[in-house]
Design a protein around this ligand. Structure first.
Ligand code: ZN
Length: 400
């Protein structure tokens, strides 16, 4: 299990409840809230339907992978006009948003259209109370439904959260100040720690989808955190490789790989005192970068203060390089559509062999040209990359 909680004196954390019972947490890093000169007391007065409870997930007997069937998500908000943005503070637009306050620094709330949710919402406002119902539901589901065992299902327990990086609708992560980026790092660690404590949760994945090419449905700068009731397929495959390497050598795969990349040098993009960014040797995506701590840590919670400080700086540097990677016909830089995801140790297994890393990847293989995950990638999971990883690293060093 995860240990070492580190309370942050840099932040004031206020947990509140939205009109439908979902939790919303303000993480304030500025005055008047940081010093408690003012407190968060705005009430959400929207007439909201009852929050959705956990849907179902089904086991794909062919692969052993769980699939969450979340048909309520079909009705979720899709690219609303700016004055109806649900992630802006309330008061500025034509309707109240998800955030009742008129301003905020960083805010986290439970997704209104979650793929994974608590089983019971009798109260819903505290983690401790919901876990009781969740574990009971998980137990009854473990036996599977009566009937054919090849058609197994279970409640899609867990939690999905939205992280608003800033109240500025037109910003992006790369335009945040280092201090604000540092706040987000603390928020990721806070959420990892708290979500990992839920009985049903086996894995916590903070990620950001940026750009409509990636399938973003809200333009406001935000990320998400999924807390899954299982170890997802790619995480399981990373864990398998790490476990085999550890059994064979007694060492951590992530650490040996970092040493190999530093030794080769040709794919290293940023070499910091505490963090290193490199294009992976066998990159699958046309643009892909991994950002790893130089020290062995299993998850974001385990990062110390110095590592969090440097992460904020290095991550901003990396994102700004990515936004200069391609130029349009007029020579203007193209904001790169990307997926950025934190691979952490699962909550309950393989924590001694797992090593934290951030993976950023883009489907943009040239200005205006997207790589589609077509026959080979989607059909059999065999990746074909049209771009040399070394060339990507050269370009990312050039635009630094
Ligand atoms: Zn907005």
């Amino acid at each position: 299990m995860i240990e070492h909680p580190e309370a942050s004196p840099r932040l004031r954390r206020t947990s509140t409840t939205l009109a439908d019972g979902r939790e919303l947490i303000y993480f304030d890093d500025s005055e008047p809230f940081l010093s408690d000169a003012q407190t968060r007391e705005v009430v959400d007065e929207r007439p909201l339907d009852e929050r959705p409870t956990a849907g179902m997930m089904r086991l794909d007997a062919l692969t052993g992978d769980w699939v969450s069937i979340a048909d309520h998500r079909q009705n979720r908000t899709f690219l609303p006009p700016t004055d109806e943005c649900p992630l802006c503070p309330s008061g500025g637009g034509t309707m109240p948003s998800e955030i009742p306050a008129h301003e905020y620094d960083v805010v986290v709330f439970e997704n209104r259209f979650p793929s994974f949710a608590a089983a019971s919402v009798a109260d819903g406002s505290t983690v401790a109370k919901s876990t009781v119902a969740e574990s009971a539901a998980a137990e009854s589901a473990a036996a599977g439904p009566p009937g054919n065992p090849l058609l197994a299902q279970a409640p899609a327990l867990g939690r999905c959260e939205v992280v608003c990086f800033t109240s500025d609708h037109g910003a992006s992560f790369s335009s945040l100040s280092p201090a604000r980026a540092r706040t987000v790092v603390d928020v990721w660690a806070d959420r990892t720690l708290e979500l990992s404590a839920l009985d049903a949760v086996e894995h916590v994945f903070p990620f950001e989808n940026r750009g409509e090419e990636i399938g973003v449905t809200l333009r406001h700068p935000h990320g998400q955190i999924y807390a899954y009731p299982f170890v997802p397929a790619r995480t399981a495959s990373l864990l398998r490789a790490a476990t085999e390497h550890h059994q064979r050598t007694g060492r951590l795969l992530g650490a040996d790989l970092l040493a190999a990349e530093l030794d080769a040098g040709s794919r290293v993009v940023i070499k910091g005192a505490l963090w290193t960014a490199y294009v992976p040797y066998a990159a699958s995506w046309p643009v892909e970068v991994h950002l790893v701590p130089n020290r062995d840590v299993p998850d974001l919670v385990a990062l110390d203060g110095d590592e969090r400080d440097e992460l904020a700086e290095v991550y901003l540097d990396l994102l700004r390089r990515l936004d200069r990677y391609y130029e349009g016909p007029d020579g203007a830089p193209i904001a790169l559509p990307y997926i950025a995801g934190w691979h952490q140790a699962p909550v309950r297994q393989g924590r001694d062999v797992s090593r934290l890393h951030l993976q950023i990847m883009s489907v943009l293989r040239a200005p205006g040209r997207l790589k589609y995950l077509a026959g080979s990638e989607s059909g059999v999971g065999a990746w074909i990359n049209d771009v040399s990883p070394e060339a990507v690293a050269v370009r990312l060093r050039e635009v630094g």
